[in-house]
Design a protein around this ligand. Structure first.
Ligand SMILES: Cc1cc2nc3c(=O)[nH]c(=O)nc-3n(C[C@H](O)[C@H](O)[C@H](O)COP(=O)(O)OP(=O)(O)OC[C@H]3O[C@@H](n4cnc5c(N)ncnc54)[C@H](O)[C@@H]3O)c2cc1C
Length: 429
């Protein structure tokens, strides 16, 4: 079984024990049986010709598939039935097997977005019962879309310096200030937002975690044009927007600790290994098809060398993810592994896309498009988008530099980075 049993390693020549230990990376019969079950379900419910030819709208088909997958216990596994989930016992390996098979079949997983990725786990951990019942079910089905209002101009890595204010007036929070880089604010129904509610308290103690209806007067959303040409994120201006007093997660002034829970889930979602595997498989396929000096690029020694280097990281990342899931499913700390997984994911995404662009040569100079994962076979414009996006992923959810400093200082016990200490005092982590 992965990660659990650790066998003694022996020198093949002398038979003597060698200092280190080795891991058995097989899943074992129980999980291989689950894999067979999942495959059969996917063949029937997602990949069968009848399903492909169904007359229902693509979105309806996805919804119906998700409902069936929840019923079988494959999606939203950790979420109680009462809130629309599958309520399965925590089992990181089962979740990994399911992810792998869904990924191979190109089947939809959980609804994408910060709602399912970040808010739902935060509410489960810190929310009140009525909040879970009201907000989680429509978020899981994709009917309620969320955006994350953390960053402000001048408050990114140093998030606790944020200055958006919320003041309690006649049973409602009245919000004034500005957020920036707010992904999907233009389509969101609600924002989970950090606002300063206790102006006299110390930096971290004065913040609350509020849930705000985005469709109301007093909120202006201005799109920001990204280098990919799209406008996926925005500036959001609050000028007297309101939210009821009880639309607060955790207690008043304790939003900082609630926000830590959300960030942990954000990094875990960014650092997942299923995506890096899919990306790597796609670039191998591209190398097989593209010609270099009259033969498949896959036969070119230089390209092979680059692929092998990336594959080393992809495999190591997969096994680190297994280790993280195993630890967390036993309620044990995974230490610096989640942070490292996030850094490695960004690096792999970048290296794979750079190699793809080199393979495509002039063909890679098309207009970028958002759809790498929607199409089984990425086109040139998908690869350009992936390349540009890989630069942003290294910043979102806490920059790679800040993550590296945390690993170095808190986990490896290295001395503090004096240059970083001279900044305002980074605290995203
Ligand atoms: C694609 C994308 C989507 C995003 N979506 C959202 C969203 O939906 N909601 C939201 O609230 N925010 C969002 N963000 C914002 C993101 O969280 C911030 O950009 C990030 O926290 C960094 O903050 P900053 O941009 O202010 O950079 P800064 O904090 O100003 O950092 C600038 C540079 O200084 C370095 N640096 C800063 N402090 C330190 C330190 N202590 N040690 C070492 N180096 C340091 C950083 O690594 C970086 O290179 C998104 C960002 C991206 C790229």
């Amino acid at each position: 079984m992965i990660v659990n049993p650790v066998r003694d390693r022996r020198c093949p020549r002398t038979g003597e024990a060698i200092g280190g230990k080795s891991l058995d990376l097989n899943y074992g019969t129980e999980y291989e049986a689950l894999r067979t079950e999942v495959k059969a379900f996917l063949d029937e419910s997602w990949s069968s010709p009848e399903m492909r030819e169904t007359s229902s709208e693509p979105e309806e088909r996805v919804q119906a598939f998700r409902r069936a997958a929840i019923e079988r216990g494959y999606l939203y596994r950790s979420i109680p039935r009462a809130y629309g989930g599958a309520e399965q016992a925590a089992d990181g390996l089962a979740a990994q097997v399911i992810r792998e098979e869904f990924q191979k079949a190109g089947a939809p997983m959980e609804a994408p977005g910060v709602g399912t990725m970040m808010l739902v786990p935060t509410l489960l951990e810190k929310g009140e019962q009525w909040q879970k019942l009201q907000f989680i079910p429509p978020t899981l089905t994709g009917q309620m879309v969320w955006c994350q209002g953390y960053s402000e101009p001048g408050s990114g890595s140093d998030l606790a310096s944020l200055s958006t204010r919320a003041e309690l007036v006649d049973g409602e929070w009245v919000i004034r200030g500005q957020k920036i880089w707010t992904s999907s604010a233009h389509v969101a129904d609600y924002m989970f937002c950090l606002a300063r509610t206790e102006p006299d308290a110390t930096k971290h103690a004065g913040i609350s975690y509020l849930l705000i209806d985005m469709k109301q007067p007093g909120i202006e959303i201005r799109p920001l044009r990204q280098m990919s040409g799209q406008s996926h994120f925005n500036e959001v201006f609050f000028d007297g927007a309101r939210t009821p007093e009880h639309f607060i997660v955790g207690r008043r002034g304790e939003g900082w600790s609630v926000s830590r829970a959300t960030l942990k889930h954000e990094r875990n979602a960014i650092g997942g290994s299923a995506q890096t595997h899919a990306l790597f498989d796609a670039v191998v396929e591209l190398a097989r098809e593209v010609g270099v000096e009259g033969e498949s690029a896959l036969k070119n020694p230089e390209i092979r060398q680059r692929l092998i280097a990336i594959e080393g990281y992809v495999k190591a990342h997969r096994y680190s993810s297994y280790w993280q899931h195993s630890r967390e499913s036993r309620q044990q700390s995974a230490g610096s592994i989640p942070l490292l997984n996030k850094i490695v994911t960004s690096n792999i995404g970048h290296d794979v896309a750079r190699l793809a662009l080199d393979l495509l040569e002039d063909g890679g100079l098309s207009e970028p498009r958002i759809s790498l994962y929607a199409r089984p076979k990425p086109r040139a414009e998908d690869w350009i988008f992936q390349y540009l996006q890989s630069l942003g992923v290294a910043i979102a959810g806490g920059t790679a530099n800040v993550q590296r400093n945390i690993v170095a200082e808190r986990h490896l016990g290295l001395p503090r980075d004096s240059a970083a200490s001279r900044r305002k005092g980074s605290s995203t982590a």
